[in-house]
Design a protein around this ligand. Structure first.
Ligand code: KG4
Ligand code: ZN
Length: 375
């Protein structure tokens, strides 16, 4: 590994939800390591993240994960210039583990500590990827952050301040109820497709007819850039109630999952065309809504740069639909790679780097904040 003398090394630490992650990023852009200990297997049988289990697992994993990130980068802890840690938003007990460990490391190593907003991390995942691909996104952009915990639209701008970019974030809209990823996970649960639901639904949706089941678009009063997904989830529930003939196959999939046979191919073999149509229609409705709202917000502001980030940004149909829009020539669309779309610590290190250059420092009074807003 070669680090130029001008390249500052940031150790990023992320523990806001169900991934314990650490990463070393050089110069805010070059990922030297990105280690992610996922807890998906632990939470699977509950069909969602159990906060108490998440905190306990973070405690168990944080030290080895940070050690591995440092080793994989080929550096040592004293080589690190600053430690960036996720302060929020997220699960308070989970955040507490990362923040406490970050503070202790900073104190022991006498290194600056930088507090990072997890959502800002997702925005910086886009910059990391763009840099790796040799692209330079033009700001301002409209950024869709879409994950299991969030569905948000932000206006992202930057200005240079003493040679360092300073980013600003203005909230345009957000979900009034469930996040899009949460809708994926809950619908997958109703249909017995395993956890998390997004990747499986993504794999199965192309097998069905997306026009088969009609789901209405929500009518948003007030802020037209807000989202709502709980009505869609309820509509799927009533669809299943009206179609009891689907119950035996749901039970068959439930048993397959219990036997540990939850791969997408095995589950697909247990889906009738009717169910595949339902899955395809559900996904089409989510994707259409996300794309339409994002582009409307950009059009309204005369912005042509679009960022899409967060776990659901890994979705194939969402990517294809945005890319088809971009091919029309009106938009410059940026996604992180799939690995950088879901929670990771490289994005935290990258976001922390900008704040590090701007001279921002946190001290030992830093506390995690479950509802930390991005501003
Ligand atoms: O960003 P993330 O790793 O964690 C949160 O901050 O929530 O996102 C996880 C969410 C889950 O709800 C999962 O079902 C969803 O992202 N997801 C997907 C896909 N991959 C993950 N949703 C749709 N399509 C995918 N390919
Ligand atoms: Zn996230």
């Amino acid at each position: 590994m070669h680090v130029t003398t001008r390249e500052h090394l940031i150790l990023g630490i992320e523990s806001s939800c169900d991934e314990t992650a650490a990463s070393i990023v050089a110069g805010g852009r070059r990922i030297l390591s990105s280690v992610i200990a996922s807890q998906v297997d632990l939470h699977r049988k509950y069909g969602g993240v159990v906060p108490e289990l998440a905190s306990r697992e973070h405690l168990r994993r944080i030290v080895p994960v940070v050690r591995e990130a440092v080793e994989q980068a080929g550096v040592t802890l004293p080589d690190v210039d600053a430690i960036a840690v996720t302060q929020g938003p997220g699960l308070i007990g989970a955040l507490l583990v990362g923040v406490t460990y970050g503070k202790a490391l900073a104190l022991a190593l006498r290194k600056p500590l930088i507090a990072v907003n997890h959502l800002e991390g997702h925005v910086h995942a886009v910059f990391l990827e763009a840099h790796a691909a040799g692209r330079r996104p033009e700001l301002p952009s409209v950024c869709l952050i879409v994950s299991g915990g969030h569905t948000l639209l932000y206006h992202v701008a930057s200005e240079a301040s003493h040679g360092a970019p300073r980013f600003s974030y203005q909230r345009i809209g957000g979900t009034r109820d469930d996040a899009a990823g949460e809708a994926y996970d809950k619908v997958a649960r109703m249909l017995a497709l395993g956890y998390p639901g997004g990747p499986v639904i993504d794999r199965l949706a192309p097998r069905g007819n997306a026009g088969a089941v009609r789901f209405t678009e929500p009518k948003m009063r007030g802020n037209a850039s807000d989202f709502s997904f709980s009505g869609l989830k309820t509509a799927v529930f009533y669809h299943l109630r009206r179609n009891p003939q689907l119950e035996p196959e749901i039970e068959a999939r439930r048993q397959a999952l219990a036997r540990g046979e939850g791969g997408a191919d095995a589950l697909r073999a247990l889906c009738t065309p009717e169910t595949l149509d339902l899955i395809a229609s559900f996904q089409r409705r989510v994707v259409h809504n996300l794309v339409a709202q994002t582009l409307a917000a950009a059009r309204e502001r005369g912005i042509r740069t679009i960022f899409i980030t967060g776990g659901v940004a890994a979705n194939s149909e969402l990517r294809r639909t945005f890319e088809a829009e971009a091919a029309g020539g009106n938009w410059d669309v940026y996604f992180p790679s799939r690995a950088l779309s879901t929670d990771n610590a490289a994005m935290i290190a990258a976001a922390g780097y900008a704040r590090y250059l701007a001279g921002e420092r946190a001290d030992s009074s830093l506390d995690p904040q479950a509802n930390l807003p991005l501003a």
